[in-house]
Design a protein around this ligand. Structure first.
Ligand code: GLC
Length: 555
């Protein structure tokens, strides 16, 4: 029996002007610009269409752009032009992804975290995690299968409406679950759902990232399908507002960044990421921008829109100035005076130069930079975190110059940040005394393992998206080559260990769904860069003048 192409996931990975095939093709050259001094006015969508697609008619390009249409890959013309043989891993990955699908009353509603039968300990890996489902969702959207994504968005929205408690304490209304599980009763033939909002999670922390991912995914769905009816429903509008009211409420905050507990995101256990972790700040920024594009300016929406706009201005100013680290900035911090009081202070957060770790002086290239892990009073966490930096590029939290600098750093520090397996979740690891103090002696987070400097294949899709957005697909191609040499053979592990990321992680699950989906998304984006539009936001030009002005009112 012939398996339909769509089932193999080959529908949208068909053949067209594949970037991965154009070996000598350097996108940076095509962009006609010097590497560092960038005048990146137009979106990558625009660029990829106008400059990458030589040979396509205007009509093809319009089709590729218009919501609802999948992409130019469907045009017979492209079939004739390039014959593209998908890597054998692609079909295997689709099969594995489909095996991980979870159904509720006959409808697909998500994918389980890992389909690892060999593992003795299932823990909660048999659940649908909100953050883990994002790459699965993108893969389905890119393959023209939006239903599972819509069902997931609606199901999690329903779960948001549940009353959530940890012991006797009630959680905020807008909190989205970290994960949920469908229980099938074969006798009664019923399906029920149990969800975890942090009350069962190790450490009992609510997932701050879930709500942000939900908003980001709703926009991706809308952008990819052109179906506005979902995001415009009163239920979705209310869901967005509830998530945002958790983070936009006024309180004692003196910073526009979001104060969090340790373990409230992908790094979901104690790792010294409490305070203002970059991952949450970047997702917060992106979710605010996505929400802004979807909220209706009706009576209830209007107030939120105003609050979002104000917060975005303050947040981008704060992040771009205080979280940004490059050679110059490092040198400035190194020479900081301390104990400065009043508005004239240069060292506003009273960071002690002695607290700068030795490694960062060697690590920092002359060209390049990144957003540090955390900034709070007298505390700068200089560690590099991949997710936050990639999301900063995708959301345009990073200015075009900063985005290029992040990619420069990645290229320059490839050995450290990528090594043999893309991509380190953070760099460097913490060990010995510091590990004991920061992790509380966590045996899963030993040095160069798991969240403590482990290498996570899922991050490949974000790296690839960032590479495409900054016009450096060759970096992504290099990372994909590394993945293709091992991931399938090693049965799609959750993470790798070691300084080079050479060893399958100590306690890593096999057939980890987001490792599988992340690979597929990376492949599809490289083959059809127009897909990036669903997960990337262009620079908001209106934000610029306000930021310039705010430089004067802060001092
Ligand atoms: C681990 C990871 C978390 C992920 C979950 C399911 O707990 O730390 O980020 O969502 O596994 O894969």
């Amino acid at each position: 029996m012939e398996v339909p192409k769509e089932q193999l996931g080959l529908r949208a990975v068909g053949s067209h002007c594949s970037l991965s095939e154009m070996d000598d093709f350097d996108l940076t050259r095509a962009l006609d610009k010097p590497r560092l001094k960038i005048e990146r006015k137009r979106s990558f969508d625009e660029r990829s269409m106008s400059e990458l697609s030589t040979g396509y008619s205007r009509h093809d390009l319009d089709m590729a752009h218009s919501p609802g249409s999948r992409s130019i890959v469907d045009t017979p013309l492209s079939y004739v032009r390039n014959s593209f043989e998908p890597h054998p891993m692609v079909a295997e990955a689709w099969e594995a992804l489909r095996r991980s699908m979870v159904f509720f009353r006959g409808q697909p509603v998500g994918t389980i975290a890992a389909y690892d039968h060999a593992s003795e300990e299932v823990l909660n890996y048999d659940q649908v995690f909100v953050r883990d489902f994002v790459p699965s969702a993108l893969a389905f959207l890119m393959n023209g299968e939006p239903d599972i994504v819509k069902n997931f968005l609606l199901k999690t929205l329903q779960l948001q409406g549940w009353e959530k408690r940890v012991d006797r304490f009630k959680l905020g209304e807008g909190v989205m679950p970290a994960s949920f599980k469908v229980l099938h009763d074969p006798v009664r033939k019923t399906d029920t759902i149990v969800a975890d909002f942090g009350e069962s999670a190790i450490g009992r922390v609510a997932p701050v990232d879930s709500g942000f991912w939900w908003i980001i995914l709703l926009r991706a769905y809308t952008k990819s399908t052109g179906d506005l009816t979902l995001s415009e429903t009163p239920e979705c509008q209310k869901g967005i507002r509830l998530i945002l009211s958790l983070c936009l409420s006024e309180g004692f905050d003196t910073f526009p960044t979001l104060l969090c507990a340790d373990g409230c995101s992908m790094v979901d256990r104690r790792m010294g990421v409490y305070g203002y972790p970059i991952e949450i700040q970047a997702l917060f920024f992106m979710a605010l921008r996505c929400a802004l594009s979807m909220l209706k300016p009706d009576e209830e929406g209007r107030e939120f829109i105003e609050r979002i706009v104000k917060r975005l201005h303050a947040l981008s100013f704060h992040m771009r100035n205080y979280f940004w680290l490059d050679f110059q900035q490092l040198n400035d911090i190194y020479r900081y005076k301390t104990e400065e009081y009043s508005h004239t202070a240069v060292n506003k957060f009273n960071v002690m130069p002695d607290s700068i770790p030795d490694w960062v002086f060697d690590f920092m290239p002359l060209r390049g930079g990144y957003f540090v892990g955390n900034v709070s009073p007298a505390r700068m966490d200089f560690r590099w975190f991949s997710l936050g930096n990639c999301v900063a590029i995708l959301s345009s939290l990073a200015t075009p110059d900063q985005s290029m600098a992040i990619m420069d750093l990645l290229e320059h520090r490839w050995e450290e940040l990528v090594g043999e397996m893309p991509l380190k979740i953070c760099y460097p690891c913490i060990e010995s005394h510091e590990w004991r103090i920061v992790t509380g002696c966590d045996p899963k987070n030993t040095r160069w393992s798991y969240h403590n400097g482990g290498s996570w294949p899922v991050l490949l899709w974000m790296l690839t998206a960032a590479c495409i957005k900054t016009g450096r697909p060759q970096i992504a191609r290099r990372a994909i080559d590394l993945i293709e040499s091992r991931l399938h053979r090693d049965c799609w592990p959750e993470y790798y260990d070691g300084k080079q990321g050479r060893y399958v992680g100590k306690q890593a699950r096999k057939f980890q769904t987001w490792s599988i989906a992340g690979y597929l998304v990376a492949k599809m984006m490289l083959e059809d860069p127009s897909h990036i539009g669903m997960i990337s936001l262009e620079e908001d030009k209106q934000m610029k003048p306000v930021i310039k002005r705010s430089a004067s009112w802060t001092c």
